[in-house]
Design a protein around this ligand. Structure first.
Ligand code: ZN
Length: 495
């Protein structure tokens, strides 16, 4: 937040400083928000609103009046919405601002939009198209008649892309007329018509007159209703190149949307040259971004969508040169070049939506998601950022979640196997121990038995000795008896 010195500085200087700050920091909008206790000034940078300064309640009215004054609004009127504009040179940079005032319950809310088309003047090559997408756009621009549509939500950079294409076509041999609401950027050499429905100058009315002005190229600011859509298609098939924008999400929904606007199939299939769908993602600050390993989910997305094995992606850090790790924005694009096969399908009354989808994405069309992921790999933006801006197909999401579940199950199974292996190890160790113990026991038993047997042998030995002694004694007796007998006999002989 910036502190402005409301006490000592004139309000004129403060308003100038606020605008200068916004321009220097490439803010797209300045919000003057009346609140109960103060007025909050907020600025949108890289698509995100952030608080800029707090204005004390007593200065709120002066500040709002000053902004309305330089926007050429009626400063005495605060009860009805008003539109205004500021044009001027700030710091050598030509600034073009659209201002809107809206009465709210807390007071008048004023929003200043800073129009900066400097990037449209840098040419097609600076818009972030991949080389294959850029080639397709060039091919579309080379066809002298037909419709080229740029689609996307508000603030997706549609105007910048359309103006860049117009610049490319702006040569002296072409008569280019635009019908816009409002005219967003003045281009030298081009006739620009500002729609004013209050006096009956609608898109449709202006277009009818433009067609009588012998144009080569017509830019229709936006196709909002079926009348404009039908005139645009008719202009395209009668030899004009028509550029326009439409508020849809992707190529496929653009075709469906035009058919819903009662544009006849055969006319649309003939007229349509191509569709450029676009979104904006914040660009990583090159000074502080750092690599981190991809998560399992991200890996799966890269592998499914691009067939690539991505191990690392960049993430934001934040430094003095950026806003939370981001600086500027990059366009994510899907470019559909209408081939003969697609023309055939679009004109088919019985066409199934799924068939069209298949044909659109089976051709060499890079989807928004594919283009976005390539830009993540190249380090322009983050996975989280593209996840925020690009819709991920529900089926793909489901499939990937399922894959991850399967992988996790498999991982758990392998872990269980490891545990079982570990148990097996312990078990076999235990078995080995038991068998060792058995061996020891047996050895002990054997030893004991040996000891016993030895003792027994010893005992036997004693017995034998005893027996032997007995035997000796018996022999002695025998010998003695023999001696006695012999003595008897000799005594007998003597007698
Ligand atoms: Zn940084």
């Amino acid at each position: 937040m910036i502190e402005y010195d409301f006490v000592n500085m004139p309000i004129v200087d403060i308003v100038n400083r606020i605008i200068l700050y916004a321009s220097k920091h490439n803010a797209s909008d300045i919000h003057f928000d009346p609140r109960e206790d103060c007025m909050m000034i907020r600025m949108r940078m890289d698509g995100r609103l952030r608080d800029h300064a707090r204005v004390p309640k007593m200065y709120e009215k002066n500040l709002a009046t000053r902004v309305k004054l330089i926007s050429k609004m009626n400063i005495t009127e605060t009860r009805v919405p008003q539109d205004g504009a500021i044009k001027g040179v700030v710091d050598g940079k030509e600034l073009d601002m659209r201002v809107s005032a809206l009465p709210t319950n807390e007071g008048e809310k004023i929003v200043v939009r800073l129009l900066d088309y400097s990037s449209s003047l840098e040419g097609m090559a600076s818009l972030g198209f991949s080389s294959s997408n850029l080639k397709k756009v060039q091919r579309m621009l080379d066809i002298p008649n037909g419709i080229i549509l740029v689609t996307g939500a508000t603030g997706s950079g549609k105007s910048t892309t359309t103006y860049s294409m117009l610049q490319e076509l702006n040569t002296e041999d072409r008569n280019i007329i635009t019908v816009e609401d409002p005219v967003e950027m003045n281009i030298e050499g081009i006739n620009q018509v500002h729609v004013n429905s209050e006096i009956g100058l609608t898109f449709a009315a202006a277009l009818r007159s433009i067609l009588r002005q012998d144009p080569n190229v017509i830019l229709i600011g936006e196709i909002r209703d079926s009348e404009t859509a039908q005139i645009a298609v008719r202009a395209a098939i009668t030899g004009h190149l028509v550029l326009s924008t439409i508020h849809t999400n992707n190529s496929l929904s653009t075709i469906e949307r035009l058919l819903d606007m009662d544009v006849e199939r055969y006319l649309l299939s003939t007229a349509l040259n191509g569709i450029i769908s676009q979104k904006l993602a914040r660009t990583l600050c090159p000074h502080c971004k750092k690599l981190r390993p991809t998560t399992n989910y991200e890996k799966q997305i890269f592998s499914k969508v691009l067939g690539k094995d991505i191990k690392e992606v960049y993430e934001p850090v934040g430094c003095s040169k950026c806003n939370n790790g981001f600086k500027g924005r990059i366009a994510i694009q899907e470019v559909l070049f209408i081939t003969d096969r697609l023309r055939e399908l679009i004109s088919d009354e019985n066409l199934d939506k799924e068939d069209l989808k298949k044909a659109v994405y089976d051709s060499d069309t890079t989807t928004l998601l594919q283009d976005a992921l390539e830009k993540v790999i190249e380090g322009h933006t983050t996975f989280k950022e593209i996840y925020r801006v690009v819709d991920i197909d529900f089926d793909l999401e489901k499939q990937i979640r399922k894959n991850i579940q399967k992988e996790e199950k498999e991982k758990a199974r392998l872990e269980n196997l490891e545990i079982i292996d570990a148990y097996d190890g312990i078990l076999s160790n235990l078995r080995a121990m038991i068998s060792d113990m058995k061996k020891i026991q047996k050895n002990a038993k054997d030893f004991a038995e040996n000891q016993y047997r030895k003792k027994k042998i010893d005992n036997n030995g004693v017995e034998i000795i005893d027996a032997f002694e007995d035997l000796e004694l018996a022999n002695f007796i025998k010998e003695y008896r023999k001696k006695l007998k012999n003595q008897d006999n000799s005594d007998k002989k003597k007698t």
